[in-house]
Design a protein around this ligand. Structure first.
Ligand code: S3P
Length: 191
């Protein structure tokens, strides 16, 4: 599936929601961190990354947690971290690629944030992540097949975002501007 243009899932946006934060979801290598940092800079918001919070909180790397304790432990830490974000405001939250697979995580983010999904094709994702070794799920004998498989399995979860944005043909700046545009549009209608 390819989202060539921005599309907003207005039908899932509940009228009573207040957006005080922006949460970026999406697969590894779709640009969540670089876009998130720029959006935060441009809006003068704080920037946080759920993986970084987990690493700081545990004093361990994500790879170490996966290798020694397993993915399930990492997912529990991830959910706890999301739950702790509820009191935040004026924050751009970049999330780990597998986080929205747990519906409770997405519901928790939607309580305070406009949820924007960044999307890229498996080919583009591979191009971006192939020289980075810090993602345990891609320590696989066929990482390209793994990307395709995970992306297909996660697509229904990613599509529950409020806004879907294809980052493949856009610069980081263009994506950041689109995110801000959507945030302003959605939050101004809700004041
Ligand atoms: C994961 C993505 C990673 C990190 C962990 C698991 C995933 O985050 O949370 O390695 O399940 O897709 P990024 O999407 O920031 O790389």
């Amino acid at each position: 599936m390819r989202w060539e243009v921005i599309s907003a899932n207005h039908y899932v946006v509940n009228d009573h929601r207040k957006f005080v934060n922006i949460a970026l979801i999406g697969f590894m290598g779709t640009g969540k961190t670089s876009v998130g940092r720029l959006v935060a800079d441009m809006l003068r918001f704080d920037f946080i990354d759920t993986d970084e919070l987990i690493q700081t909180g545990t004093g361990r790397s994500i790879t170490d947690i996966f290798n020694k304790d397993g993915e399930a432990t990492f997912r529990t830490l991830e959910s706890q971290t999301v739950g702790e974000l509820a009191g935040r405001a004026n924050t751009v939250i970049s999330t780990g690629g597998g986080l929205p697979v747990n519906p409770k995580n997405l519901a928790s983010l939607k309580a305070h944030a406009l949820v924007v999904c960044l999307w890229s094709s498996p080919e583009k994702i591979w191009e971006r992540v192939r020289h980075q070794g810090h993602r345990p799920l891609l320590h696989d004998k066929d990482p390209q097949a793994k990307i395709r498989e995970l992306l297909a399995a996660r697509e229904p979860f990613y599509k529950q975002a409020d806004v879907l944005l294809n980052t493949e043909l856009r610069s980081v700046r263009e994506v950041a501007q689109q995110v801000i545009h959507q945030f302003r549009l959605e939050s101004s209608g809700r004041r």
